[in-house]
Write a protein that binds this ligand. Structure first.
Ligand code: WQD
Length: 338
């Protein structure tokens, strides 16, 4: 079976993709510097997959590490997750984002080319659509960036496209909308450091009683309930999309795809769904708009259905229920999870 390298494979989406690839019969190696991942996830991945996890602790910015990784195994492809991904932080530290996200991709691709590993799945984002006004979003819509983070992802997409004109790269670009939820076992999930920026992990902390209330950033947007619309996708669906993307690349079929449900959900709808999932009232208050927020982001997911046969299977209740199970298991130290 194919051997796949997952850069950033100890992270939120990377760890779920690791499990999905193992279940699909792949041999998988994780390369991660654990700058934004708990090393304890590796033991839990071993529990989930029933076997040792092949991990290399290191950075994609470290050329000797990359050389050693590619000398050590004949990979059939790479899924590149390793990147910085906090929009707000990117505004404060743009050079760090350019170095890690753009420099990291170029260095990785150099090492891949030297080892004749020419298949890459790239983790992109819906924020490359900037502040769109036409919905749902299709892949041919205008691209722009509203943050250094989005600039790095858009630049990486251009780098991949240009490189494929010069050499026989097989490239899969997956534009994630809003990944949420967790593996049903409760053993892996989203594990942000400090107070979460993102909506679902923040609500989860309120549900645990670790934060007093949710601040809803604005209720005067042009949506039915006045709060922003997003296209939340279960991380298990997203992980499965990566397996299908790799299979397409094995067949020589590159792609650039939106990976979303196509169903917009407002902040207040997410709040209500999480209340239902956790079975308790979750305090919130309406707060001022958050700078940089766009009113709406949701996908037309039809191209992924045509090109990969992919469509989402999990709904909002599954997203919230799996998140609630995860944060409770995490708080209990996974003592009761098989
Ligand atoms: C969703 C909605 C907030 C927190 C970001 C990145 C994106 C991707 C996912 C990397 C917005 C509202 C949030 C809160 C709130 N990251 N909200 N109170 O901003 O759509 O996307 O994370 O790939 O690139 O841009 O996600 O979860 O932060 O916000 O009201 O405490 O929830 O205003 O409308 P976002 P989010």
């Amino acid at each position: 079976m194919p051997r796949i390298l997952l850069t950033g494979g100890a992270g939120y989406i990377g760890s779920h993709t690791y499990v999905a690839l193992c279940e699909a019969g792949h041999e998988v190696t994780i390369l991660d510097d654990f700058s934004n991942a708990d090393p304890g996830v590796i033991d839990r991945l071993a529990r989930l997959t029933g076997g040792p996890v092949d991990v290399v602790r290191g950075s994609v910015l470290d050329a000797p590490v990359l050389e050693k990784v590619f000398a050590g195994a004949a990979f059939d492809g790479v899924v590149h997750f390793a990147a910085r991904k906090a929009v707000g932080e990117s505004v404060a530290k743009p050079l760090d984002y350019f170095e890690t996200n753009i420099g990291g991709l170029v260095g990785l691709m150099q090492a891949m080319k030297d080892a004749d590993v020419m298949r890459i799945v790239f983790s992109s984002t819906a924020t490359v659509y900037g502040e769109p006004e036409v919905f749902p979003l299709t892949e041919d819509m205008p691209l722009s960036h509203t943050s250094p983070y989005a600039f790095t992802k858009l630049t990486c997409e251009h780098i991949l496209s240009q490189a494929a004109k010069a050499d026989p790269w097989a490239v899969g670009v997956l534009r994630y909308f809003n990944p949420v939820g967790a593996h049903p076992s409760g053993l892996i999930g989203e594990d942000p450091r400090g107070i979460p920026d993102n909506l679902m992990p923040y609500i989860a902390k309120v549900a645990l009683g670790e934060l007093p209330e949710l601040q809803v950033f604005g209720n005067d947007y042009d949506t039915p309930d006045g709060t922003c619309w997003r296209d939340y996708i279960h991380v298990m669906d997203l992980a499965r999309a990566h397996v299908l993307s790799l299979e397409a690349l094995m067949g020589g079929r590159g792609h650039v795809l939106n990976i979303g449900t196509g169903q917009p959900v407002s902040v207040l709808e997410m709040h209500a769904a999480y209340q239902d999932a956790c079975g308790k009232p979750l305090p919130y208050r309406i707060a001022p708009r958050r700078p940089g927020d766009v009113p709406k982001l949701y996908a037309d997911p039809s191209k992924a259905k045509v090109e990969l046969g992919f469509e989402t299977e999990f709904g909002l209740g599954d997203m919230c229920g799996s998140s609630w199970a995860w944060v409770q298991a995490q708080a209990a130290g996974w003592r009761f999870n098989s």
